[in-house]
Design a protein around this ligand. Sequence first.
Ligand code: 4AD
Ligand code: MG
Length: 457
Amino acid sequence: MKLKQLQTEHTEKEGSNVTLEGWVRNHRPQKTFGFLDLNDGTCFETVQVVYDQTLDNFDETRKIRNGSAVRIEGEVVLTPKRPQPFEIKAHEVEVVGAADADYPIQPKRHSREFLRQKAHLRPRTNLFTAVFRIRSLLTQAIHDFFQSRGFIHLASPIITANDAEGAGEMFRVTTLDPKAPPLDDSGAVDFSQDFFGRKTNLTVSGQLHAEAFAQAFRDVYTFGPTFRAEKSHTSTHVSEFWMVEPEMAFTDLQGNMDVCEDMVRHLIRQVLKHADSELEFLDRFVENGLLRRLERVASSEFVRITHTEAVDILEQSRQTFERPFEKDFASEHEKYLLSYFDAPVFVTDWPKDTKAFYMRLNDDNETVAAVDLLAPGGGEIVGGSQREERYTMLKKRMDEMGIDTEELDWYLQLRRFGTTPHSGFGLGFERMLMYVTGVSNIRDVIPFPRTPNNCEY
Ligand code: 4AD
Ligand code: MG
């Protein structure tokens, strides 16, 4: 049976025999008896299995190494005085798959760096059990949130010919021979002979495709992997990450923030509701006060300020910052604003040259209807905007910024065929996970992280 099920049924099962399968987290053999801490993957907790010399294979059992896969048959014994409410008194212990002596995950504190080198084994530690159980729960919570509000899910393409952010940080997708690519008359690589008959790359964002769907279904979202060939070596950047991108027709920036705020609170509430063991562990070993922080955010209003107001606050701070903050913010500025308000902060209306080509120009002609949501731990967890829905304005902006309007003709057409004021945002899924788990490095909330010079596994 599954340990999760036994957790809810252990009182009825007292004295009866059950069979459990799982992996040994910690084995403490004594002379005439021993303890196996078993985790079967179905819940965060382990169960203690007690065995003694009555086992047929007592000598073999005593030699079981941590990491081994085992099948246990035994009796459920209630232990109400101990933190774990029950244990298993083993009648049979079968080794399904022994772990070799060099199994690197031992019941002690390993450094996060060490565990990153063992990304295929780290899910078997308490920390990563907690993180990845929450990651799965949060995925479900995202779909629940949008589906319950009638949003239509679309799978935006992973291979695309477009650069949705216009920043050029793309991974090329090609089948051309790198040693001898076909060349055109001018000596440049002839991508018309490539697999798709043109240049293609991995998507940096599903937004533009979501916009097309929003002009048909009104409220839509996409949730999938995105890729950035950005040489950032920070604790909040990876080259492959997941993004949640809703897009809403007939919605302005304020409406956009309303949805975003409801979503973030919903996600936190779901984690608080369904992951108490995981959160308790994280609160103890990763971030003291995590639970209190999440509870507070789940019931508080987020702050909304303009970029101009944020700059004023930074100017008046009397703190010396290393970097300028007149335009874009670095993490030191984000941290200051977050501690100033002690709550998640929406910063809106950014100078237009700090932001992407598709954002709606404000009446001042200087700023765009952009929004970033800053949250403690994750920094910028959301970036979004009201989109430029006016054909002439969009075309002009794209020309100014050197965006290829031919390649994005389909996107411009959306402004000629029933355009609407519309808005959307992108939630960095891993940044959200950092925020709810307290884990401070993004590499530790994604199963197999990809960063510059690192794509093992
Ligand atoms: O601010 P960004 O670049 O916005 C967009 O991609 C828009 N197309 C979203 C939209 O409006 N539909 O990225 C959105 C979020 C960021 O706020 C951040 O949380 C996350 O994606 N993000 C990253 N997360 C991890 N590693 C990276 N390299 C990231 N780059 C962005
Ligand atoms: Mg951004």
